[in-house]
Design a protein around this ligand. Structure first.
Ligand code: FES
Ligand code: FES
Length: 196
């Protein structure tokens, strides 16, 4: 298997030695989200009332009942709708692992509330195959064997699809892909993007 950077074992070791990552990985996604959600959001008694929203996700109406209008879309997608292709990386709008299309634009779902999302059309990585631009991006990623561990790649594919929808093609797409890849697959990402 071709690798572009340090070995995977070395990256895992470095992550594990980082106290913050150890804290996050040790808890698992849901518990980490709940802790972060409690820390990040100042909730009031009113905000804590259960609320029901109908989201348009991948062309389907999906109704969820959640404990707060401020709950991040990322949490709703993964824990309420079972769409786990969208990943939780940093939770602070930096890594791009949680990127989804919101009305055709790439957005970080860790920083969008479910109430905001209920007013928009959401496309996740699970919906890309049914989208002309998304299917083209997926085919290019397969042809160039882009993923290594794959964790960041759903966000990368969604970002590339959003760039195409925004009128970018070929090498113009590369500056639009600001997501982070711990495995360092950037060279193959560029090769694939140039063909779009
Ligand atoms: S998890 Fe949303 S940007 Fe990192
Ligand atoms: S392929 Fe592993 S983080 Fe990007």
């Amino acid at each position: 298997m071709r690798r572009d950077g340090p070995s995977f074992a070395m990256l895992v070791l470095l992550h594990w030695l980082n106290p913050l990552h150890r804290h996050i990985w040790g808890r698992g996604f849901s518990e980490t989200c709940r802790v972060q959600f409690r820390l990040d959001r100042t909730t009031t008694a009113t905000e804590n009332k259960m609320a029901t929203y109908t989201l348009n996700v991948n062309g389907q109406a999906r109704t969820v009942t959640v404990p707060s209008a401020d709950m991040p879309l990322l949490w709703v997608l993964r824990d309420y709708l079972g769409l786990t292709g969208t990943k939780y990386g940093c939770g602070i709008e930096v890594c791009g692992a949680c990127t989804v299309l919101v009305n055709g634009q790439p957005e970080k779902s860790c920083d969008m509330s479910v109430s905001e999302a209920s007013k928009a059309k959401i496309i996740t990585v699970e919906g890309l195959a049914a989208d002309t631009s998304g299917a083209k991006a997926q085919a290019a990623w397969v042809a160039h064997q882009v993923p290594q561990c794959g964790f960041c790649q759903s966000g990368m594919l969604v970002a590339a699809t959003g760039a195409m929808k925004g009128g970018h093609h070929g090498a113009q797409i590369i500056p639009e892909l600001n997501n982070l890849c711990v495995c360092g697959t950037y060279a193959r990402i560029k090769d694939a993007a140039k063909t779009l």
